[in-house]
Structures are given as C-alpha cells and as structure tokens.
Design a protein around this ligand. Structure first.
Ligand SMILES: C[S@@+](CC[C@H](N)C(=O)[O-])C[C@H]1O[C@@H](n2cnc3c(N)ncnc32)[C@H](O)[C@@H]1O
Length: 303
C-alpha cells in the first residue's frame, strides 16, 4: 500500500503507468574513471579523494557557531524554508499503530529532525514517528545532541544520531526499503558523489517512500540574482569573519552554492536515480523558495 502523504505522491500515482515510466531518463551521469579525477571544492579543483576531508574540516570548524551563523546569514529566513520543507511532507501517521520512519541525512545540528518530530506531534498527535539523524561530522552531531537534550525527545526512541556518509549509508545499519521519508537539507551540495547519495536514498526508502531535498539553488530573476550575488560574496564571508572568526569556511559555503546544479539538472539526477519526479518545472519536480535562492525537490520511489 503506497502512502499518499504528499500531494505530489497522490498526483503521481493517479497518472497512467506509461507516463510515469516516460519520465525516467536514460542518460546516466559520467562516473570518474580514476582516483586522480578532480572535483570542485567551492571554486577550487581538488582531487575527488580529498573533498570529503576538506568538507569535514569546514563543518568541524563552524559546528559550534553553525546555528547562530545560519540565523545571521539568512536573517532568519532559513527557518521559514525549513518550516515549509517539513510541513509540505506532512510527516506523521494518521493511523493508530502505524509508525512513520524518517531518515534525515546530513542532518547536522538537527533543525529538520526537530521540525519533523514537532510537526507530527502538534499536527497529527503522533508520538511514535522516528527520525534517524545521520551526519558525517561528529562535531555537528554533538551540537545536535546538545540541543535535543533540552527537548522532550531527549532519551526517547523517537530520535537516534548516527555518524555516517550519505554516499554509503551501509546496508547493515540502514537496510533496504526501511524508511517512509528521506530528507536532506543543505547537505547534498557538500557531497562528492551526488548520484551515489541519490542511489542510497532510493535504496533505503520503502516503495511509496518520499525523497525530499532542500538546497540552495539558482535565482532566475536578473535583479534578484545580482543583489543576491553581491550579498553572498561580500556580506556572508564578512559575517563569517566577525561572528565565527572563520572567513574561509563561509567563502566555501557561498562558492559551493554556485557550483550546485540548476533546479532542472538536479531534478534529472533525481529521476536518473529511479524516482518519479513529476514535470521538470517549478511546481512539478521542485518548488522554488524566494525566487530560487533555495528550492525543494521531491521524488517518490514507486516500486
Ligand atoms: C549546511 S549543513 C546542513 C545541516 C542541516 N541539515 C541543516 O539544514 O541545518 C551540511 C551538513 O552536511 C554534512 N555532510 C557533508 N557531507 C556529508 C556526507 N557525505 N554524508 C553525510 N553528511 C555530510 C555536514 O557535516 C553538515 O553537517
């Protein structure tokens, strides 16, 4: 039985099967041939094998200031996007005895996990839903654990923290067909191998499960794009210097946003991983937030 927790899901499932199949894409992204291949780390080219540790350094360096900096850099707007992201998924069961299982990957300090649990409790009276919060960086997870200690979920089986890599979650700890909802917010652009992340997401979701990604994206409106460009490259690294004493990490964050694929390219990658994504346009495979500064991509695992 496929849960109809999303409008997207319901729309997708009401389409004829032939139209669903036609929306997967035959082309696969190129695989790097050798370990000496390079990739981007912000605007720098680095060996693929080094990116992961460089990203780890960034998040270890910003972990203790991460939440404060997020509010300062976005003037609190990231909270609105995250609220919208989680409420659009409508997490939580309406059936007594049915436990909804969520996995929040690159979950960092727990912004999404906490919202999922709060939404389910407040809107669905669901205190059984669970979230496995996975992040590659123990320093970010420690900040998340500190934060959860102050909440009613502390010590409950509703949340568990795991050090893990989005690209290879591991079949033993995260078996196939386990989760109803997979979320990843502002995490996937930091990963070296995005197709590997998507393929792991597909593997761990149950049939009918929903993949949802909130990520910085491409602004299409030229005036907004130019203002945003100036703000990103002058204000954000400056705030990093003043508030966190770390310009380089925030310079990387801004550069990594520019290197991330467009909404449409990313939607194709999600479809290539096997997900049904809907029409390749705003309102279909993704929903832009604030003119595309961020966007929410979703996909459904059908089989
Ligand atoms: C910008 S933070 C986002 C944290 C949180 N999701 C949020 O929205 O506030 C990015 C997170 O991705 C994590 N990350 C980067 N590469 C990862 C990987 N390969 N696997 C798992 N987590 C990763 C980082 O450690 C960091 O905590």
């Amino acid at each position: 039985m496929i849960p109809k927790r999303l409008g997207l899901c319901a729309r997708v499932l009401s389409r004829p099967r032939s139209s669903l199949l036609s929306r997967t894409f035959a082309t696969q992204p190129e695989k790097p041939s050798t370990a000496t291949e390079t990739t981007h780390f912000g605007f720098r080219d680095v060996p693929r094998s080094e990116k992961e540790s460089l990203v780890k350094e960034v998040f270890s360096s910003v972990a203790s200031k991460y939440d404060v900096m997020n509010d300062a850099m976005s003037m609190g707007v990231h909270r609105l996007w995250k609220d919208e992201f989680v409420s659009s998924l409508k997490p939580g069961s309406v059936k007594v005895g049915k436990v909804t299982r969520c996995i929040d990957v690159a979950g960092g300090t727990g912004d999404i996990a906490l919202r999922i649990l709060d939404y389910a409790r407040e809107k669905k009276a669901d205190r059984d839903i669970t979230v496995d919060l996975v992040d590659i960086n123990p320093d970010m997870l420690k900040e998340g654990q500190k934060r959860f200690r102050k909440t009613m979920y502390h010590g409950s089986p509703q949340v568990a923290f795991h050090v893990g890599n989005a690209q290879d979650l591991g079949k033993d700890r995260f078996p196939d067909n386990t989760y109803d909802i997979y979320t990843i917010a502002f995490g996937i652009r930091n990963c070296t191998d995005i197709p590997a992340v998507l393929s792991e997401a597909y593997r761990v979701l149950k049939p009918g499960g929903v993949f949802a990604c909130l990520e910085f994206s491409k602004v299409t409106q030229p005036v907004l794009a130019s203002l945003y460009e100036q703000y990103s490259f002058s204000v954000i690294p400056l705030l990093g210097t003043i508030l966190a004493g770390d310009r380089a990490s925030y310079q990387y964050l801004v550069e990594s946003i520019r290197k991330f694929p467009s909404q449409q390219e990313f939607a194709r990658m999600i479809a290539n991983a096997g997900f049904e994504v809907g029409e390749l346009e705003d309102g279909g495979a993704w929903r832009d937030q604030w003119g595309g500064i961020a966007s929410i991509h979703t996909g459904v695992k059908l089989a």
